[in-house]
Design a protein around this ligand. Structure first.
Ligand SMILES: Cc1cc2nc3c(=O)[nH]c(=O)nc-3n(C[C@H](O)[C@H](O)[C@H](O)COP(=O)(O)OP(=O)(O)OC[C@H]3O[C@@H](n4cnc5c(N)ncnc54)[C@H](O)[C@@H]3O)c2cc1C
Length: 459
C-alpha cells in the first residue's frame, strides 16, 4: 500500500543521485517527497535540456500528478486534442487518435506536450522545495560500496577540479546514455539507428495560418523519414522534428567501410524529404541546421543493479529510440517505483537497500526492455516503402475503425505501485505475433556475420 505524499517514510536515508536531466530531477523529487536526504550532482554548471518539445503521455502525467505538478505542467504546456498520423507522401490522414474524455478516463490522465526546460525546471524547483540539495559543476568519477553505504568521488569543477568524496546510503546513476555506472554492469556501445533528427521551434505569432490551426500532435510518416509537429506553451510556440535515414551511414554499414562522423549532415538533410508531400517540404526551412541528433539506443539490459548500494536508471539503464515518446517518462516511472518500493520497505521496518534495488530492477527492466524493443519496431513501421507502406496505412485505418486502445494499454496504463512486471515478467515481451521480427540493424549485422558483403546484404 502506498502512503500519501509528502511523507517522512525515508527520513534519515541519504540518497545520492548522479545526473541532473529529467531522470535525476524526477528521482530527487520522488525521494525528497518521502523525506529522504537527497543530494544530486550534475557535471554542467547549470541544469539544462537540449531541444524543445517533449510528449508526455498519460503514463507520465500520472507521475506528475503523484508529485503534485500536474496542474502546473498543464498550465505551462499544451493539451493536444488528438494525435494524427498522416502518410508523408500523400498527406492523407491514416489514423486519428482522440485524446478527449474517453481517453482521459481510460488512462486516468490527459496527453501533454511541454517544453523540455519547462518540465526540468518544474521538477528541480519542486525537489528543492522539498529539501533536495542540487549541485552543479561536479563530475562523478566513480563510487565504492561498503557494508555501511556508498562513497562517491567527484571532481569539483567549480574549484580547480579538486577531488571530493561524499557518502550516502544508496546511489542512483541517472547519468545518461554514456553512464559510468552502466559500464560496471556491461561494456556495451550505443547502437546508432542510421536515423538523424533535426529540430526547430518557431513563435506561433509569426507562423502561417495553417500552422496556427494545429491543435494536435501531427506525425507524417513515410519512406525512410518522418516529420512531427505540435504546439507548446499554450500554443505560443510550434515544435517541429524532421527525422530521416542517412544514406551515407547505411552505405558504410553495408560496405563495412568507415562511417563518416558527420552522417546526417545538412547535405543529406537537403535531399532527405524530396519524395514527401510538398507541405512537409515547405516546413523544412524552419529547422535548426547547426545541430542534428544521430539517433541511437542500446541493447536492453536485464539487470540494472551495480551492487547492493548502486543502481542505474533513466537513459543510463534504457536509452530508447524516440518513436514511442517515452524515454523521459520511463525515467519518471523509474523514480516513482524506486521511491514507492523504498518507502514501503521503510514503513514496514524492512529497508534493505540491496533488496529494494533488485526489486526495482525486476519491475522496471522488463517494462523498459519492451518499450525499447517496441520503439525499434514502431520506427521501422513508420518508415516502410512500397507495398508495405500501403499495407501499413490500411492497418492504421483498420486500427481506427476497430479501436486502437488495445495496442496502447500496456504502455499508457501503468501503475508504479502495482508490481505488475514482477508478478508477470511476460508483460515485458513483445506480443507473440511480433516475436520473429528482426531489427534492421541486427539483420545487417547477422548477414555480415554470415559472410555476406555489399549488394549481397538485403534489407
Ligand atoms: C529527438 C528525441 C525526441 C524525444 N522525445 C521524447 C518524448 O517525446 N517523450 C519522452 O518521454 N522522451 C523523449 N525522448 C527521450 C528523452 O529525452 C530521454 O530519454 C530523457 O531525457 C533521458 O533523461 P535522463 O535524465 O535519464 O538522461 P539525460 O537527459 O542524458 O541526463 C543525464 C545527465 O547526467 C549528467 N551526467 C552524465 N555523466 C555525469 C557524470 N559523470 N557526473 C555528473 N553528471 C553527469 C549529464 O550532464 C546529464 O545532465 C526523446 C529523445 C530524443 C533524442
Amino acid at each position: 500500500m502506498t502512503t500519501a505524499i509528502p511523507n517522512k517514510d525515508l527520513a534519515g536515508q541519504r540518497i545520492i543521485i548522479v545526473g541532473g536531466g529529467i531522470g535525476g530531477a524526477s528521482g530527487a523529487l520522488a525521494l525528497a517527497l518521502r523525506g529522504a536526504e537527497v543530494e544530486l550532482y550534475e557535471q554542467h554548471f547549470e541544469f539544462k535540456e537540449v531541444g524543445a518539445g517533449l510528449q508526455i503521455g498519460p503514463h507520465g502525467v500520472k507521475m506528475l500528478e503523484r508529485w503534485g505538478l500536474k496542474e502546473k505542467a498543464i498550465a505551462g504546456g499544451y493539451l493536444p486534442d488528438n494525435m494524427v498520423f498522416k502518410d508523408a507522401v500523400t498527406a492523407e490522414t491514416i489514423l486519428d487518435m482522440d485524446f478527449g474524455e474517453e481517453f482521459r478516463e481510460r488512462y486516468g490522465a490527459p496527453y501533454l506536450v511541454i517544453h523540455r526546460s519547462d518540465l526540468l525546471n518544474l521538477l528541480l524547483a519542486e525537489a528543492e522545495k522539498h529539501g533536495a540539495k542540487l549541485m552543479t559543476g561536479y563530475f562523478a568519477t566513480g563510487a565504492e560500496e561498503d557494508e555501511e553505504g556508498v562513497t562517491l568521488t567527484l571532481k569539483n569543477l567549480n574549484d580547480g577540479e579538486q577531488l571530493v568524496e561524499v557518502r550516502g546510503d544508496v546511489l542512483i546513476g541517472f547519468d545518461g546514455t554514456h553512464s559510468i555506472f552502466r559500464q560496471e554492469i556491461v561494456q556495451d556501445a550505443p547502437v546508432p539507428s542510421a536515423y538523424v533528427a533535426y529540430r526547430g521551434t518557431s513563435n506561433m505569432e509569426n507562423e502561417t495560418e495553417d500552422a496556427k490551426k494545429i491543435n494536435s500532435v501531427v506525425g507524417y510518416i513515410g519512406p525512410r523519414c518522418h516529420f512531427i509537429q505540435y504546439p507548446l506553451r499554450q500554443g505560443e510556440m510550434l515544435n517541429q522534428v524532421a527525422v530521416f535515414q542517412s544514406p551515407r551511414y547505411l552505405d558504410a554499414l553495408i560496405d563495412g567501410s568507415e562511417v563518416p562522423e558527420d552522417w546526417g549532415n545538412n547535405e543529406e538533410f537537403k535531399d532527405a524529404f524530396s519524395h514527401t508531400n510538398e507541405y512537409i517540404q515547405s516546413r523544412l526551412g524552419n529547422m535548426w541546421l547547426n545541430n542534428w541528433w544521430q539517433m541511437a539506443d542500446r541493447e536492453p539490459l536485464e539487470d540494472w543493479v551495480v551492487n547492493d548500494r548502486i543502481i542505474v536508471m533513466g537513459d543510463a539503464a534504457h536509452p530508447p529510440l524516440q518513436y514511442i515518446a517515452s524515454g523521459a517518462i520511463m525515467a519518471m516511472e523509474d523514480s516513482e517505483v524506486f521511491a514507492v518500493f523504498a518507502a514501503e520497505a521503510a514503513a514496514q521496518g524492512e529497508l534493505n537497500w540491496g533488496t529494494v534495488l533488485r526489486e526495482v530492477s525486476d519491475e522496471r527492466a522488463p517494462r523498459c526492455n519492451r518499450i525499447q524493443t517496441t520503439s525499434r519496431f514502431w520506427g521501422e513501421m513508420w518508415h516502410v516503402d512500397g507495398v508495405a507502406r500501403h499495407v501499413r496505412n490500411e492497418a492504421f485505418r483498420q486500427a481506427e475503425r476497430t479501436g486502437w486502445y488495445r495496442y496502447a494499454d500496456w504502455l499508457w496504463d501503468y501503475d508504479p505501485s502495482a508490481r505488475a512486471y514482477i508478478e508477470n515478467p511476460e508483460l515485458g515481451k513483445l506480443p507473440p505475433a511480433l516475436r520473429d521480427w528482426e531489427y534492421l540493424l541486427h539483420k545487417i549485422d547477422r548477414q555480415r556475420e554470415e559472410g555476406k558483403e555489399g549488394a549481397e546484404i538485403t534489407l
